[in-house]
Design a protein around this ligand. Structure first.
Ligand code: NAP
Length: 272
């Protein structure tokens, strides 16, 4: 019996149960995927779930907003990439130890390459767990990365993890001064139900040749992407990354490599 789950807050609109249930079925495995709502700052709740993975009561656990960093003190080991990023989105059990890994970074690059194979300079809006994965993934491919956050100290803390990554204040004045070929929204702005909010200032034109990418996948096309498309730019939503990070996590837990088309189809059916 494969017991999988997700910890985060809030979780009502998560698509992960649907994806992993479809993956279990496709691989002919018996199991389930449970949701564990743990409020921000609830260390006891995070520790208890890490213990369940350590004890083998859970085969694997996904970690989402806002716990991708907060879970780290409860783990026995980190993969080299997760250690460099300082963010974890998947827990596995290896020889009685809980190991933190990160499938967001490779998933982001796979999704991005469908539209922009060689980004040269990028600005990431937000400096939380997903921003760390994106910064790592872009930095590792030689892209010039700037992280823009509403709390400058959070942007600085992220930047110091990677040589050459720059930090800036998220705001009109600083964004106006740069000309990236990739903009990535790694904040929850625009996510259901707050669909009218956006991280890029509404009164600031986009850089003329930028590709605009939003990690938010609900709605499939956010207000930010609609505005960028309206300005004639190429856009990428968060769904491709969501599917890829889930498939990579599922492979870590079960060894089974699920066809991405199958996962996409299961989501389409559920959404329609
Ligand atoms: P997180 O760790 O909580 O980080 C969120 C970041 O956004 C923080 O820097 C936060 O700043 C900032 N932020 C929040 N509200 C803001 C606001 N009103 N104005 C400006 N900045 C704001 O969350 P995460 O795990 O990185 O996730 C971020 C988003 O990416 C979520 O919508 C998540 O669903 C999405 N995501 C998608 C995928 C995918 O596969 N497509 C994967 C990962 C994440 P403060 O710390 O100051 O609040």
């Amino acid at each position: 019996m494969i017991r999988l789950g997700l910890v985060g807050y809030p979780l009502e609109h998560s698509l992960s149960p649907l994806l992993h249930t479809a993956a279990l079925k496709a691989c002919g495995l018996e199991g389930d995927y449970s949701l564990h709502t743990v409020r921000p700052g609830d260390a006891t709740g995070l520790g208890a779930l890490a213990n369940k993975v350590r004890a083998g009561e859970l085969t694997g656990l996904n970690v989402t907003i806002p716990h991708k960093r907060a879970i780290i003190p409860f783990l026995d080991e980190l993969s080299p990439a997760a250690r460099t990023m300082g963010a974890v989105n998947v827990l596995c059990r290896r020889g009685g130890r809980v190991v933190g890994d990160n499938t967001d970074a490779p998933a982001f690059i796979t999704a991005l390459h469908t539209i922009l194979p060689r980004p040269r300079s990028a600005v990431i809006l937000g400096a939380g767990g997903a921003a760390r994965a994106v910064a790592y993934a872009l930095w590792a491919t030689g892209c010039e990365v700037t992280v823009a956050a509403r709390r400058m100290e959070q942007a600085r803390e992220l930047a110091k993890q990677f040589p050459s990554v720059q930090a800036m204040q998220l705001g009109h004045q600083a964004l106006e001064a740069i000309d990236p070929d990739l903009i990535v929204n790694a904040t929850p702005l625009g996510m259901f139900p707050d669909v009218e909010s956006r991280a890029w200032p509404a009164d600031l034109p986009f850089p003329r040749k930028a590709v605009v990418c939003d990690l938010v996948y609900n709605p499939l096309e956010t207000e930010l992407l609609q505005a960028a498309r309206g300005a004639g730019l190429r856009v990428l939503g968060g769904l491709g990354m969501l599917i890829e990070q889930a498939a990579l996590a599922f492979q870590l837990w079960t060894g089974c490599n699920v066809r991405r088309e199958l996962l996409t189809e299961s989501l389409r059916l559920a959404i329609s």
